[in-house]
Design a protein around this ligand. Structure first.
Ligand code: UDP
Ligand code: MG
Length: 317
């Protein structure tokens, strides 16, 4: 029996590039690979431009061309989530519908999987598509992510990836609503294998992700992955409180206990400023404390599993 591979493709208003992506790229590539059976799962994410009609037409040609139609636009992350949930394969490969992620790489992904990797991640070899802001924004994003203690996300890693059935089963059990698919897959562990590829230009059409949406995505990643931003403000509070406290103490001793032997003549306004700064520090600290409580509630509410067992490597369970 040949193994079944699920190709999961999210699509939102991709009519301009869809047939060329399918005919010239995906189907052509897949027809060259003889050792596997494929199912293609398209998730139509509330398209309004006829993408769904075209997909339905394709689906009449083969039972292995499956179409999930969302009732409205839920976003790429939900589309990927749905596609992976419906996947029946021994492994699933997620790929964009706009041709930026080359189906030519699929044999390489499969090869690495056969060699034993549970997850194979496509990593962009350089940033080709974006302007100055997006490119450096992306660098900053990964730098911040690492700073915040997320060491399992590799810079430039994309949604173009293969995940094997055991990982897929674990992924499908993750319950959280606000989700970034690749962040969750990274979180699952399983020592991914990284494969470099050149991120192409769009076949046609416009990307649905503008800077605003990307920014939102970045914020989501931070919020769902880390409490470090809160803790940073707490530390700033501690520093402010310590410094202004020392200054205040010095002022108190010098001026009121010793009668200003140093002849500093610190005016009342300055003393007031020191007092207020001290209080601001205290407020920051207490805010961070509150935030930590909220964050622990947040962590609990995500309801993630406590640990993920790698069944393949475990013995005599
Ligand atoms: N996409 C989707 N729902 C959305 C936005 C995008 O399913 O709300 C799909 C889109 O059709 C494409 C993939 O997600 O297949 C990547 O989107 P896009 O090319 O707009 O973003 P990029 O990551 O290339 O900037
Ligand atoms: Mg794209």
């Amino acid at each position: 029996m040949k193994k079944l591979i699920s190709i999961v493709v999210p699509a939102h208003n991709e009519i301009a590039s869809l047939s060329s992506f399918l005919e010239d790229q995906l189907l052509t590539e897949l027809s060259k690979i003889k050792d596997y059976n494929f199912e293609i799962i398209f998730v139509d994410d509330g398209s309004t431009d006829g993408t769904l009609d075209l997909l339905q037409e394709y689906s009449t040609r083969s039972k292995n061309f499956r179409v999930i139609s969302f009732s409205r636009n839920f976003g790429k992350e939900m589309a990927l989530t749905a596609g992976l949930r419906y996947a029946r394969g021994d492994a699933a490969i997620t790929i964009d519908a706009d041709g930026q992620q080359p189906p030519k790489l699929i044999p390489t992904l499969l090869e690495e999987w056969e060699k034993g990797a549970d997850i194979v991640v496509g990593v962009r070899d350089h940033y080709t598509k974006h302007g100055f802001i997006a490119r450096n924004g992306s660098r900053l994003f990964y730098w911040l992510l690492r700073r915040m203690g997320n060491h399992y996300t590799v810079a430039g890693s994309t949604d173009f990836r293969l995940i094997s059935r055991p990982v897929l089963d674990e992924f499908n059990q993750l319950p959280e609503h606000s989700r970034i698919t690749r962040g969750l897959i990274d979180w699952l562990g399983f020592t991914p294998k990284y494969v470099k590829y050149t991120y192409g230009t769009r076949l046609a059409g416009k990307p649905s992700y503008n800077l605003k949406k990307l920014f939102r995505l970045a914020i989501d990643s931070f919020v769902s992955m880390s409490t470090t931003p809160l803790v940073i403000f707490g530390y700033i509070g501690v520093i402010i409180t310590l410094l202004s406290g020392l200054l205040g103490l010095f002022c108190l001793i010098n001026q009121y206990l010793l009668g200003d032997p140093l002849h500093l003549y610190w005016p009342g306004t300055l003393q007031m400023a020191i007092l207020i700064t001290f209080l601001v520090g205290l407020v920051l600290i207490s805010q961070a404390m509150t935030a930590l409580y909220i964050s622990s509630i947040h962590t609990e509410s995500l309801g993630r599993p406590l640990f993920i067992v790698n069944k393949k490597e475990s013995r005599n369970l």
